[in-house]
Design a protein. Structure first.
Length: 208
């Protein structure tokens, strides 16, 4: 791991987290090291610098804040939960101390109303466990408004994701495997933290 990726991970680990994650919104944050790994990869791949980026379902902002730190021209943070947005704003305030150009806009709305054309979309959307097709709404917006997309999904839905990508004229160029901790809400379970397999796909429009 190189120094800047490590520093990014350390900075991200200082961000404030969801105080009371909401089950209905499937608030499963991307862990700092995972965000640092994916975003550093995006940076090295020239997907970030001087690009206009949207972080859909931004939550507390870990993905979009990484993009700002690594030189994105502008980041749109879209999130529908006002409590998450409060924390997101506190996290964005931390950037002011480190002289990062902070060109961003917060959109408090449902993903269904997103309509800004951007270069790059970052999203760790609801996995569709609580609300079926929640992840499909995010993917639909991503393929419509982005040319390059980094999108996280439960590994067990990979067939759906890969078919969706192809059907919409995109191809997957990279895939990352992670294990996300999910806090266990079932009192009878012995282990407090369960991990689920999550993949992150980098996809791009075929005729780009
Ligand atoms: N991107 C953050 C948060 C991931 S959790 C991270 O990687 O850490 C998913 C986020 O999507 C939550 O903050 C949740 O409130 C938000 N969300 C869920 N459904 C949404 C919808 N329909 N429109 C907009 N945001 C939504």
């Amino acid at each position: 791991m190189n120094m800047r990726q490590k520093q990014l991970g350390i900075f991200l680990s200082k961000l404030k987290q969801f105080k009371d994650p909401k089950a209905w919104a499937e608030q499963h944050p991307t862990e700092p090291d995972i965000a640092a790994e994916v975003l550093w990869f995006a940076y090295m791949n020239r997907d970030l610098e001087d690009k206009v980026v949207a972080d859909l379902g931004a939550g507390t902002g870990v993905l979009g804040i990484s993009a700002l730190l690594l030189g994105a021209k502008k980041v749109y943070f879209l999130e529908k939960d006002p409590d998450a947005i409060k924390i997101l704003k506190e996290n964005l305030d931390l950037l002011e101390n480190i002289e990062t150009p902070t060109h961003y806009e917060i959109i408090q709305a449902d993903v269904l109303s997103f309509d800004v054309k951007v270069d790059l979309i970052l999203e760790n959307p609801p996995f569709g466990t609580k609300e079926t097709h929640a992840d499909r709404d995010f993917l639909e917006k991503a393929v419509r408004y982005g040319d390059i997309i980094y999108t996280f999904h439960k590994q067990e839905t990979s067939e759906f994701v890969e078919k969706f990508i192809i059907k919409h004229g995109f191809k997957a160029t990279h895939h990352f495997d992670f294990a996300f901790p999910l806090k266990n809400t079932m009192p009878h379970h012995k282990k407090r933290i369960q991990r689920i397999k999550v993949g992150c796909w980098r996809i791009q429009r075929i005729n780009l």
